[in-house]
Design a protein around this ligand. Structure first.
Ligand code: ZN
Length: 276
């Protein structure tokens, strides 16, 4: 295992990482910088003709890794749960239109009900959209989120829980997304990555860093190398388990969004080579 990445062939950026850029500018800039993969956040597609976007992606020589994001299935309110299913079906069709082979599911949670209820509703939601997703050729990646988000964003907080959920669903179209920000602290991470790999469900790998101290629990992520997450070590575990897909940089940071975005992109590529 090499600790250094030698080229940008496996580098993917989430459009949210360069939030001030429109999808059109992001495509142009990423391609110009040698980035090969793009994970598209749905907000960037608003008001766009998806066929045109698909063409631009192909012209730029980029590969869509995922559409981000679906999920947010749980609610104590049944009408809201139905609305979430419809929204996820729409995401499936958007993914198909832009050529995304998978959708990242942020599972969701509702503080008005027990976590167990939210987990059950996540599973029900996934089962409701999975057939349509399969028809569209779109895989579903469950992304466990750090437990600090267990109130409203995710009742699935460890890779072990995500693996258990995949076992219960029992369909190869449903797998997991491993995000170092959410899972770096878990002593069973290596074991769970191996378990995901054994079942052929290691679909995605997201990187950034945990700043210490962190000033905002959502919008203060760091570049790889700026914080305390052993990113190269976790990448090593992914690769030892057989994962050789894209390494997706996903950084929500009001600090970095306020920078010149060309500078932001340069810093990301440097951090990718040196600290990933
Ligand atoms: Zn992520």
């Amino acid at each position: 295992m090499s600790n250094k990445l030698e080229n940008t062939d496996r580098l993917c950026l989430h459009t949210i990482t360069t939030k001030p850029w429109s999808i059109e500018i992001a495509l142009e800039q990423y391609a110009g910088a040698g980035v090969r993969g793009i994970t598209i956040w749905r907000d960037t597609l608003e008001g766009r003709d998806l066929k045109k976007i698909r063409r631009r992606i192909m012209d730029a020589g980029l590969e869509v890794v995922s559409l981000c994001r679906g999920g947010f299935f749980p609610s104590a309110d049944e009408t809201e749960r139905e609305r979430a299913v419809l929204d996820n079906l729409e995401a499936v069709h958007e993914a198909e239109a832009v050529g995304a082979p998978s959708i990242v599911l942020v599972p969701g949670a509702d503080p008005r009900q027990p976590l167990e209820d939210s987990r059950r509703q996540i599973e029900e939601g996934i089962l409701r959209i999975n057939e349509e997703a399969k028809k569209a050729g779109v895989r579903l990646s469950i992304e466990p989120l750090h437990p600090m988000y267990a109130d409203t964003r995710s009742a699935v907080n460890t890779l072990s829980q995500a693996n258990d959920m995949c076992d219960r669903i029992g369909d190869s179209n449903v797998g997991v997304a491993v995000d170092v920000y959410h899972l770096w602290w878990d002593p069973s991470l290596g074991e769970q990555i191996e378990s995901s790999a054994r079942h052929g469900r290691l679909f995605a790998f997201h990187v950034c860093d945990w700043l210490s101290p962190t000033s905002d629990l959502l919008y203060d992520r760091g570049l790889m190398g700026e914080g305390c997450i052993p990113v190269p070590e976790i990448r090593g575990k992914m690769e030892e388990a057989g994962f050789h897909g894209f390494i997706e940089v996903e950084i929500f940071s009001t600090r970095r969004w306020s920078m010149d975005q060309s500078r932001n992109l340069k810093d990301i590529i440097e951090a990718y080579f040196q600290h990933t």
